[in-house]
Design a protein around this ligand. Sequence first.
Ligand code: ATP
Ligand code: 4MY
Ligand code: MG
Ligand code: MG
Length: 333
Amino acid sequence: MRDEIVGYKEEEDYKKEEEREMVGGGLAESKKFVVVGYALTSKKVKSFLQPKLEGLARSKGILFVAIDQSKPLSDQGPFDIVLHKLSGSKWRRILEEYRLTHPDVTVLDPPEAIQHIYNRQYMLEDVADLNLSDTYGEVGVPRQLVIEKDSSSIPDAVGKADLRLPIVAKPLAAKSHELSLAYDKFSLQMLEPPLVLQEFINHGGILFKVYIVGEAVKVVRRFSLPDISKRELSTNPGVFRFPRVSCAAASADEADLDPCVGELPPRPLLEKLAKELRRRLGLHLFNLDIIRELGTKDRYYVIDINYFPGYGKMPEYEHIFTDFLLSLVKQKQ
Ligand SMILES: Nc1ncnc2c1ncn2[C@@H]1O[C@H](COP(=O)(O)OP(=O)(O)OP(=O)(O)O)[C@@H](O)[C@H]1O
Ligand SMILES: O=P(O)(O)O[C@H]1[C@H](OP(=O)(O)O)[C@@H](OP(=O)(O)O)[C@@H](O)[C@@H](O)[C@@H]1OP(=O)(O)O
Ligand SMILES: [Mg+2]
Ligand SMILES: [Mg+2]
């Protein structure tokens, strides 16, 4: 099965674009460059800033320049766009101040908006508020409960909130990926708060990763946690830590899947969801993990939102990203 690009250019258009750029490559040298300052971890530089991206960007008149964190930001550049994914309150303050003093520079994305989705208590709030339901389907979030402290209070809290088992326990901090699956509420006491406890939804073991880059939306399939039967639930008490699932190595795009499980969510639904979330979250660069409830045709749940995810794994990201950067500059003009 193939990946789908929603509301964007097709592969053929990209090929033609690449050919034109090779022929007219020298043109870029004579025009003014769009300068993109970046502050990324070395892991991110390696996965995102690949030679193909830098080459294509240059041929389109975009230059990526590393930000030197040991020097004041205003002494560097001048930048048209600042691209970043670094943690820490010091960096956030630097960026907030820079945004105030350089309103003409587009900062991707505002630190405050990123911070909001770095907390799993608030991450899915906007999806829930959106209450998206139309002829293409319904999009919600799993029921969840926040445990700030005191793990001994968990069984009671789960009982009061009437949360159904099994339950996925996730650290409140979204950048922490130590997840656990609990088959009974008492075992959850073994985990360390702060946590979000979320109802596990059977979904046929396939998840849809929806990558968003400005107005472009692209969806891929990944393998996910398998379904849990009622029988398994009653015979396996305990809490199990599980490793990083649904990573790039778990691509399910080429797998021979039952169509009920593998069929991509309808484009119009994803487009609407992406558009609304872009606005509500105030972000341009993120992805959503979406699952379809097993046995339903159109009941979807968003279970995770990630800021500036691994775009290097998104097919044709070089074209999508460079087009996006140019569209930002054009909008400003
Ligand atoms: N409520 C849920 N119901 C069913 N499966 C879930 C649920 N929440 C999480 N999962 C499974 O656990 C995996 C990890 O959960 P989640 O995506 O929230 O964690 P993460 O560490 O933030 O992931 P990422 O690496 O995408 O940032 C998902 O990819 C999915 O396979
Ligand atoms: O590990 P990769 O590079 O592939 O990308 C992952 C990214 O890591 P990086 O930002 O350090 O690169 C993660 O960010 P943090 O939450 O850890 O900040 C998170 O966004 C994952 O969802 C990404 O995987 P994807 O969702 O795209 O499969
Ligand atoms: Mg995830
Ligand atoms: Mg995540």
